[in-house]
Ligand binder design. Sequence first.
Ligand SMILES: *Cc1c(COP(=O)(O)O)cnc(C)c1O
Length: 468
Amino acid sequence: MPTPPLAGGTAGPTHLRPLIDTVLTALHDGATRRNGPLPAGGPHTVTQNLHHTTGPLIPDHGTGAHHALRTLVTALTEGAADPAHPHCAAHLHTPPLALAAAADLAASALNPSMDSWDQAPAASALETALTTALAAEIYPHTPQPDALITTGGTEANQLALLLARERHGPVQTICAANAHHSITRAAWLLGLPQPVVIPAPNGLMDLTALRHALIHHQGPLLVTATAGTTDTGQIDPLTDIADLTTTHNAELHIDAAYGGPLLFSPTHRHALRSLHRAHSVTLDLHKLGWQPASAGILAVPHHHDLHALHHHAPYLNADDDTDAGLPDLLGRSLRTTRRPDALKIAVTLQALGRDGLADLIDRTLTTAHHLADLIDKNPTLELYDRPTISTVLFRPTHTDDTTVATIRRTLLNQGHAVLGRARISNSLWLKATLLNPHTTPDDLQHLLTLVTDTHAHTEATTEGSTPR
Ligand SMILES: *Cc1c(COP(=O)(O)O)cnc(C)c1O
């Protein structure tokens, strides 16, 4: 076999073009064969089909580029839970914009690595410009805010707790029961005391409980609040929380992984008033930012807040290189080799502009309200609450948790819909997390019909047993 061509250089594009054509055809064919939001049949069938169509993954003799691309991309697409389908709406699992995916191809072809300037001359300049601009959106009132690009909210939250630990020693984290699980994990990973978890009745951090915790726990204290909770998409009362942390001399981290991009919408940004009062903010653009994974941000009010991450490795940032003007990038992450995720984000922001992004956000939130309206009007369905962002919880009226769980799994197994689940106030709800700006009212009505039909069928066929 001839030596396979490379993606870069002047010859790279010529070699890439026919391969991409094969990939695009495979994406199309796989989606056509699936013909729905996810493959039918459940885990066993999907796994069997995948093994059957792909054959041995490490054959003695290679099958060639086009064959392997066609086989594996078609199989992956056919078996995908595709967030571009309006009935794939369980999680904060975004349908990426085509332009962002196209930009990501360039990132793969060029393969800049963000750990040293000599691997990423222009990419590091682009990343710096982008993180500076994003940090200024979050912290418009400080002269030198800064932001790091992360693999997502999990890494950003970890870094936030790490930075707090480096400022103050073993900080005691206080979060509410609605906080993302990555807060507790970060404390565990960093050797910090287990977070004090205060109640979140109605899905929001309880302010009386917070005041109590701030008075009764020994400092240094770090409160983490959530702007866009995982279960309900609610936003903690950020101003009150910021006031309490100021009064009690505690620090504040806001996990705005989900809700943060509302900043870009003049219609909705008021929901994030006081975001800038946090010592650090997590934001994900692979949720309400329509980026392929990953595209996370950790923002801080002052550039020097990131000093603790500075790290020295003579082959990447020798002092004399840094003195001679080579940017020192190693302290921009805990990772070493790192993808230029800034490229797809910058392409997206520039292509859409503020008004284009605001339009996508507004459209998505409107879709969620529309779904809530349809549920409200349907006497066989119960709405948990009006959406704050784009999460809508509902369940059939007069049902039990087992039936709710069965409806969800039935829709998954049939390949008809991907809905999430959330346990709130001791009941199980179906969760629709709407992120697809193309979803139409008809799509939403159809989704509800799938649920009510499945419910009726479940009721008719079970006397306590689970149908397949
Ligand atoms: C999604 C999410 C996270 C985790 O982010 P990843 O990007 O999945 O690592 C953390 N916190 C909140 C509030 C989230 O919505």
